[in-house]
Structure formats: C-alpha cells, structure tokens
Design a protein around this ligand. Structure first.
Ligand code: PLP
Length: 339
C-alpha cells in the first residue's frame, strides 16, 4: 500500500497468504451446502463466538439486516441506540426488508441508559410488540462498551423475553481492548454479526452467528435477500486466515491509534479525546478555524488519505498496512500543514 490510508480499516487488501489461499481454495456450491471452505469458516466462526452455528454473508449490513429479518415479525419494534450503524448507515433497510419499526433511543456513543431501555419496551397489551434489542460493540465511534453494560441490557431483555442482536462488526477489536475472549462478549447476545473485511484484511465477507434453529431460519431468509452464494470458498479462504492470523494482532492497530492520538494531541489547536481511543480509531477536532479543503489537498499531496471532517470532527483509522513509521509521518504532516 503506497499511500498512508487512514480513511478506514475497510481499505485493507488481502495479504499475500490470503491471495494464495484463495487461489488454492477447495470449493463447492454453497447453495447446496457443499462448499468445504465455507463450511469450515462457518464452523470456526461459530466456535470463536461460542454459538451453535454461523452463516457466511457478503456484507455486515446484510448480516445485521438478516438478523432483524429473522428475529422479528413485520411491524414489530426494534430498540436501538440512535447512533448505531443499523440506524445511520444501512439505507433504511430495516423498514424495507424486515418491516421493522426502529425505536431509536438517545445514546452516547452507542450506549443507552438502561432505564430508558426498560421504559421503552412495550408492555403486553401494547402494540407494536417489541421484537428485538440491538447493540453495537465496538461502537463505530471507536468506543468499546464494558461487559457490565452489556450484562445490564441482557438482564432487561431476559426479563421481558426479548432477543438481543449484537452488531459486532469489530467484535475482535472490542475483545482485544477488554482483554477477553470474543465469546465472552457474544454471550450477551442471541445473534452476533462480525465483519471479516474490517481490519482483518479479508476482501469480502461477514458472519452471522446464533443458535442452530436461528441460523437455519436465517439461511432461508438469506436466500430471500439474494445473499446465497455459490463457490464462495474462494472468499471464505481469506476469512479463515482473517480469523486465525489477523485477530490476534489487532492490539498492534490499537497501539498505533494511541501513538497517532498522542502525537496529534501535541499539535497546538488539535483536540483529541484520549479516553475514547479504545480500538483503532482516533477522532480529532480543530480548536481554531481550519480550511479543510486545503488541509485535505495538502495531506493528499503527501500521500496521506483521510476523510474530511464531519461536523468539525475528523476520524483517522489505523490498520494492518499502517506501521509506526507511517503514523509518525502522518502526524508530522498534520503538524506542518496546521502550523
Ligand atoms: C459497526 C458497523 N456495523 C456494520 C457495518 C456494515 O458493514 P458492511 O460495510 O460490510 O456492510 C459497518 C461498516 O463499516 C460498521 O462499522
């Protein structure tokens, strides 16, 4: 990767080992359930999350939406934080596909007040029925929710017999931050989605996991959504390496995010909320007016790619292809340009 690409952890390319494995992958027609590489990945993914079964899917959005589609009946309510990915970035799919009524709760970085959550759950005589609670951990603001919070949500969900879905697009980052096994986080949810293509370098693919009956039903609904694939073992081969080789190294990306946050925080006029740097994401704000077009152009001319600030906040993401030297180079460029 020639540029220092800090736009996202989705920009990662497959590693050489992944490309080799993809070329050699044993395949079959997954529509018939006979792609051995997909079957191996699904089994391995289910084990990593401590769930009975798992399903390989083209994207994380499909994983979340398939979970909602499988958990609820049309018109039921899904309670979620207002700033979760399913609300903000999935193109209104929950209404279109599952016919879900999204009940969005005020939240701080994906975290809702458990009291609000409990008050929002519909009582038995009320309509629409509450059909699902959705969590997101790690949250896309880079913040990881602790297990105590997840436990509180689970306890409320259990009391009202409502299933919980976890958008765990970056569950392995959350696990690395909390220093727990991914299954420990997944244990608070009935279904979990995670992405193989975010920070783990697989080119395509996400997983939805849950109990055997849930996944059996999701497999049928995946067909409805057009997500059933054929010789998908070519992609699953990279996913297997993502799980085996890439998850154990995520702490390196977190260390580089901390390094970047520390260096940027030393630049006059740049504010970094250090306590929110949990995973591979750094958010910065400028404390004086900055011509962002000029900033972006100058960064680009030095080979540094970043998304422009949104509402005054700029997100920078580290990943496999960002080493310590590149972090230093990027921070030096910010310092020079902002001087
Ligand atoms: C928290 C979260 N959930 C879900 C997704 C959706 O994944 P995909 O882009 O594969 O559809 C993303 C994507 O960035 C995400 O950050």
């Amino acid at each position: 990767m020639k540029n220092i690409d800090l736009r996202s952890d989705t920009v990662t390319w497959p590693t050489e080992e992944m490309r080799q494995a993809m070329a050699r992958a044993e395949v079959g027609d997954d529509g018939y359930g006979d792609d051995p590489t997909v079957n191996r990945l699904e089994k391995m993914a289910a084990e990593r999350l401590g769930k009975e079964a798992a399903l390989f899917l083209p994207s994380g959005t499909m994983g979340n939406q398939l979970a909602i589609f499988t958990h609820i009946n049309r018109g039921e309510e899904v309670i979620t934080a207002e700033d979760n990915h399913i609300v903000q970035h999935e193109a209104g799919a929950a209404a279109i596909i599952a016919g879900a009524h999204l009940r969005c709760l005020r939240a701080v970085k994906g975290r809702v007040d458990p009291g609000d959550l409990e008050r929002t759950i519909r009582r038995p005589h009320e309509v629409p029925k509450t059909g699902l609670i959705c969590l997101e951990n790690a949250h896309s603001t880079g913040v990881v929710h602790d297990l105590d919070y997840m436990g509180k949500v689970r306890e409320i969900a259990d009391r009202y017999r409502i299933p919980v879905h976890l958008d765990g697009a970056r569950i392995f980052n959350a696990a690395a931050y909390l220093k727990v096994d991914s299954a420990k986080i997944a244990e608070y949810a009935d279904s979990v989605m995670f992405c193989l293509s975010k920070g783990l370098c697989a080119p395509v693919g996400s997983i939805l996991a849950g109990n055997a009956d849930f996944i059996k039903r999701a497999r049928v609904k995946r067909k409805t959504m057009g997500g059933s694939m054929r010789q998908a073992g070519i992609l699953a081969a990279a996913g297997i390496i993502a799980l085996e080789k890439m998850t154990p190294r995520l702490h390196e990306d977190h260390e580089r995010a901390l390094q970047l946050a520390t260096l940027l925080g030393q630049i006059p006029g740049v504010r970094v909320t250090m306590e929110d740097v949990h995973i591979n994401m750094v958010f910065i704000q400028f404390q004086r007016p900055v011509n962002t077009d000029e900033l972006m152009a100058k960064l680009g001319s030095e080979g540094i790619l970043a998304n422009p600030p949104e509402d005054g906040v700029m997100r920078l993401v580290t990943h496999y292809y960002i080493d310590r030297e590149m972090v230093k180079k990027a921070a030096d460029a910010f310092r020079r340009i902002l001087a």
